[in-house]
Design a protein around this ligand. Sequence first.
Ligand SMILES: Cc1ncc(COP(=O)(O)O)c(C=O)c1O
Length: 391
Amino acid sequence: MNRFSEVTPRKGTRSVKWDLVKQMYEDEEVLPMWVADMDFQAPEAIVQAVQNRVEHGIFGYTWPDDKVKAEIKDWLHTRHQWSIESPWITYSPGVIPSLHMIIQSLTDIADHVLIQTPVYPPFYSVVRNHGRHIVKNQLQYENGEYTIDFEDFEKKIKDHNVSMFILCNPHNPVGRVWTKDELNKMLEICLKHDVTIVSDEIHADLIYKDHKHIPIASLSEDAAKQTITCLSPTKTFNLAGLQASYVVTPDAEKRKRMDKQFQNQGMMMLNTLGLTALEAAYEHGEEWLEELLDTLQQNRDYVEKRIHEETDKINVIRAEGTYLLWLDCRGLQMSHEEIKTFMKEQAKVGLNDGASFGEEGEGFMRINIAAPFSIVEDGVSRILQAVHTLK
Ligand SMILES: Cc1ncc(COP(=O)(O)O)c(C=O)c1O
C-alpha cells in the first residue's frame, strides 16, 4: 500500500465528484470518474503547511509576497525551462475566473474568439457570457489521432477577423500535448494576424513519458508578447478546492488592461490557505509529482490495454498528458443519448458527456483515471462487463 494505492473515502466531504453522484447520474451506485480532480491525498508537505497555517488561528487578509513569486518562477524554470519575471504574474482564484477577466479586458463586445473543438466546456461560456462570438477550428480526428487543421485555423482567423485564440495545452479532452512544431505554426499565424493568444496550461505538469510540455509563450520574445498564460498548481497537486492560480503576462500593456479588470472586479487577492498550499506545492512537491506521474502512466496504460484487449467497440484515444482519457464509443452502434444511458445504467460509471465538449464529442465520453488502481480497475471492469452483455 502506498499513498497512490490507498483509497481515502471522499463521500460526505462535499466533494463535487463523489457527493453529487445521485444528482448527476440518478443512482448512488454509479462510480464517479468524471470531474477533473484526483482521488489522491495531496503531498504531505502541503497538508502540513496548511495545518501549520490553520494552527495560527487568524485568517485575515493575506498578501502574497515576493517569495511566492520566486517559487512560481523557479517551478516554471525547473519543470518547463521557461524564464519569467515576477511582475508578469497576476494572482487569480482560478483559471476560469482568469479567462473571464481576460476576455472582458482584451476583447470588445461582438469580437470573435477562436477555440479548438472538442474542448473544455467553459471555453464556450467564457466567450459567450460576455457577448463575444465563438469561432471553431475543429480538431481533425483520423485513425484515432487528433491533429490541427492549420489551413482552417488561418482561414477562420481571416474570415472572422478573430482577435483572440484560446489554446488548451495540454488539450482537455483529447489529451494532446502540442509539439514545438505545432505551437510554432499556431504562433506564426497568430502573429501574422495579430491574434492575442490565451494559453490555458493548467494541465502542464501532467505529461506522460516521451512528451514534453512547451509553454507557447516560451517560444520567442514575440510569442511572449502575444501570449497570456493561465497556470495553477491545483490540477497537479489536487488542490482545486483551495482555489489558487496565476496568470503570466509578459506584455506590459496587456497586463495593465487585464490587471485593471481584476481590480475592478475586486479579485486581486488569494485566499490564505490556497496561497500556503501553492507555495508548499512548488517548494516541496516535485518528488510526489514524479510518483503521481508513474501512477497515472500505469493507470493510462492499463485502461488502454484492457479495453483494447477485450473489446473493439470502444477506442481509448492515447493521452499524451492530463489524467482524462477520451473514449471513442461509436463502435457501440448507439445514439449519443443511448451511450450516456448505457454508461450510467448498465455500466454504472459516471463519465463526462462527450457532447458537452462540443458537437464533435457526440459518440465520445471522458473518463478520469486519477484514482487508486482499485477504483480504476473497478470502473473499467464495469464498462467491459456491460459491453460483454451486448449482442
Ligand atoms: C483546461 C482546463 N482549464 C481550467 C480548468 C479549471 O480551472 P480552475 O479550477 O482553476 O478554474 C480545468 C479543470 O478541469 C481544465 O481542464
